[in-house]
Design a protein around this ligand. Structure first.
Ligand code: CA
Length: 225
């Protein structure tokens, strides 16, 4: 799971990121509302931990923008105030959960796990379909009819990303962010390598679904007749 922490108190942000990483989450941190919103809009996160009082853009505004743009990622709001009206405003704006500061890290972890599970239920049995193919995101199996092949984790993540975007183009930069993270040195040719692996595997199961290159932009899944 990939998490985004938006928190301007640097010590708190780093402490939270440290604990989450220790619990095997991939974590990105944004220290103000503007970069938090930019990151959150990328749509690459499984859960966002969002402080309300932030410089530049506050957490409630970020949340409203996300929901307005159709980004449905689960959001846990953090606030220094234990004010009930704040809580109501947050939940009304589309937050999934709420945690008052100072909070216990075990409680934060429990809430993230709960939201991750809820998300898993929404996704149903971890099966994604597009055209004639099905991807099982737990077993990492790609299948077409009775034919099946195993994918590596990166191949499965790439295919999932393309499948979730349906017929929209997945820009190369977003693929790099999703697969290797913001601070990664991975380059566009890494993506090309994994795309070529995936194309071979799609051929292997005789799928009519192909990965098309959109020159200078990225990739998109298409169904051949
Ligand atoms: Ca704050």
């Amino acid at each position: 799971m990939r998490l985004l922490v938006v928190e301007d108190e640097i010590h708190l942000a780093e402490a939270v990121a440290h604990i989450l990483k220790k619990n095997n989450y991939t974590v990105d941190v944004a220290y103000d509302g503007e970069s938090g919103l930019d990151n959150a809009l990328s749509g690459i996160y499984d859960v966002i931990v969002l402080d309300i009082m932030l410089p530049k853009i506050d957490g409630i505004t970020i949340l409203k923008r996300l929901r307005g743009e159709g980004v449905g990622v689960p959001v846990i709001l953090l606030t220094a105030k234990s004010d009930v009206s704040d809580k109501v405003l947050g939940l009304d704006s589309g937050a999934d959960d709420y945690l008052a500061k100072p909070f216990n890290t075990e409680e934060l972890l429990a809430r993230i796990r709960a939201l991750g599970r809820r998300r898993g239920e929404i996704k149903d049995t971890n099966q994604l379909s597009f055209g004639d193919i099905t991807l099982n995101t737990s077993s990492l199996k790609l299948s077409r009819g009775a034919e099946e092949i195993s994918l590596t984790l990166k191949e499965a993540e790439l295919l999932e990303f393309l499948m979730l975007r349906k017929n929209m183009v997945a820009p190369k930069e977003q693929i790099i962010e999703k697969l290797w993270g913001f601070e990664s040195e991975a380059e566009a040719n890494h993506v090309e390598v994994y795309v070529s692996f995936l194309r071979k595997k799609l051929n292997f199961v005789h799928s009519k679904t192909t990965i098309s290159t959109v020159r200078g932009v990225g990739y998109t899944l298409t169904e051949q007749e």
